[in-house]
Design a protein around this ligand. Structure first.
Ligand SMILES: C[S@@+](CC[C@H](N)C(=O)[O-])C[C@H]1O[C@@H](n2cnc3c(N)ncnc32)[C@H](O)[C@@H]1O
Length: 430
């Protein structure tokens, strides 16, 4: 049974969870229901996406989100695209929270008198049943300009089958296809999928899409908010596909005021191989962003920051992809968020690091004028803070003025003490 709510007269009665989204401007509080909060799109991602969609020309009509949860993404679309919204949500309480959240965003953006807001609806019901949804809208004619889908997936599962997505992708696409306004426009869709989909599952998603719109333009997008994690994996389709990219990596900045770093590639992923090589003093070691690695765009990025360098990958998996190379990276300010650490190897440490040998590392580090040394390799989590704390305490207030880190050579236990480039000591030109 479907039931339509208008954000203009939605009630907060019965909604008990009201929370500040850490990525939203202070005071922009959202309601959630039935444990919808962890499912909600962070405001910063929602706002950034809406801005990226606004760079494309959409057909006239509604923005449809057939599994709108707390309506955070939907509300961001409304305020940015100025299109009437149609959200559908199976849980009546979440549908109510969505309606209230759309109103909150309209208030926050002073859009309460705008047509998009006055003509928006949230329907509580099944997002795979367009007839049932449209019947609740009475005299509103529905043309879909853009469809967003962020299906629910099993929680606490590292990998999962596509069939577990709710609502199921194939049913959403097939049932809503007739409602798209395709006059002079390709259908526009954004599928917000699990960041844990495998390459084979991505191909499976593409074939589900092709079953409804064969050969539709497509761009895969990996979004990261840092810490080396892929936070979102999305497929942009048709009118919102990136004409310049089959794959795109978006590094969301810490602040909404800063622009994101966007990397694009028109090519298929270039496989990167680990190469065995002996440790060498004087070579450079860079520990790079694991999310960028996962997106498959690392090769293109290195073409820019390490042009004409043949790097040697020490590790391409896990949290610390490690590249060894002969010259410093040429980093623009926006590249810095994609580098965990980079520096030149000044010592090969032939002892394993523990509480009995940390003083030895301190004296080697002071010999290289280091004021700080960060441990950038996997260490027993119980030991790591003790060693790092001891290094920090002992190196502070001594004569060092440079920064460094310790990486692990991939073969054997050898540790590499590296010195980071500093402004006082500019990198030599290649
Ligand atoms: C990941 S959440 C969406 C979160 C949303 N993007 C936001 O910003 O808050 C997915 C939602 O899909 C809803 N859902 C699952 N099956 C559905 C169906 N058949 N029709 C409508 N909604 C459904 C779930 O109740 C859940 O709230």
């Amino acid at each position: 049974m479907h039931h339509a709510l208008r954000p203009t007269d939605a009630s907060t009665e019965g909604l008990v969870e009201l929370a500040q989204d850490a990525t939203a401007p202070e005071g922009l509080l959202f309601h959630h229901a039935n444990e919808g909060r962890p499912l909600a799109t962070p405001w910063q991602i929602a706002a950034l996406r809406a801005q990226m969609v606004s760079q494309h020309e959409l057909a006239p009509g509604h923005v449809l989100d057939c599994a709108c949860g707390s309506g955070i993404q939907l509300a961001a679309y409304g305020a940015t695209l100025q299109r009437p919204l149609l959200g559908v949500e199976l849980s009546p309480e979440r549908a109510q929270a969505s309606a209230v959240n759309v109103r909150t965003v309209a208030h926050h953006t002073r859009s309460e008198e705008d047509d998009w807001y006055l003509n928006s609806h949230i329907v509580s019901g099944d997002g795979t049943d367009p007839e049932g949804v449209v019947a609740t809208l009475h005299d509103t004619e529905l043309n879909v300009a853009f469809l967003h889908l962020d299906p629910a997936r099993p929680r606490n599962s590292r990998t999962h089958a596509l069939e577990e997505m709710q609502p199921p992708l194939h049913r959403v696409l097939a049932s809503w296809a007739p409602y798209f306004n395709e006059e002079n426009h390709a259908p526009s869709l954004l599928l917000d999928l699990s960041p844990r989909l495998t390459g084979a599952q991505r191909i499976e998603v593409e074939s589900i899409v092709d079953a409804t719109w064969p050969g539709i333009a497509r761009t895969w997008e990996w979004t990261s908010r840092g810490r080396g994690r892929v936070d979102r994996l999305a497929l942009w389709l048709g009118g919102v596909a990136d004409g310049r990219a089959a794959r795109r990596f978006v590094r969301v900045p810490a602040s909404l005021a800063d622009p994101p770093v966007i990397l694009r590639s028109e090519h298929d992923q270039i496989p990167l191989d680990v190469r065995h090589h002996p440790p060498k003093r004087g070579e450079h070691v860079s520990i790079l962003d694991a999310a960028l690695m996962e997106s498959g765009l690392m090769g293109e990025w290195l073409d820019r920051v390490a042009p004409s360098q043949e790097g040697r990958w020490a590790s391409v998996e896990g949290r610390r992809p490690q590249l060894h190379h002969d010259h410093p990276l040429e980093l623009a300010p926006e590249d810095e968020g994609l580098v965990q650490a980079t520096g030149r190897v000044v010592e090969l440490l032939k002892f394993s690091l523990d509480q009995t040998t940390v003083d030895e590392l301190v004296s080697v580090a002071l010999g290289h004028r280091l004021a700080s040394v960060k441990l950038r390799y996997d260490i027993d989590p119980a030991l790591q803070p003790k060693l790092q704390g001891s290094l920090d305490r002992q190196l502070k207030r001594r004569h060092g003025d440079r920064e460094g880190f310790v990486a692990q050579h991939p073969h054997g236990d050898l540790l590499l003490l590296c010195v980071c480039p500093s402004e006082a000591e500019p990198s030599p030109p290649i």
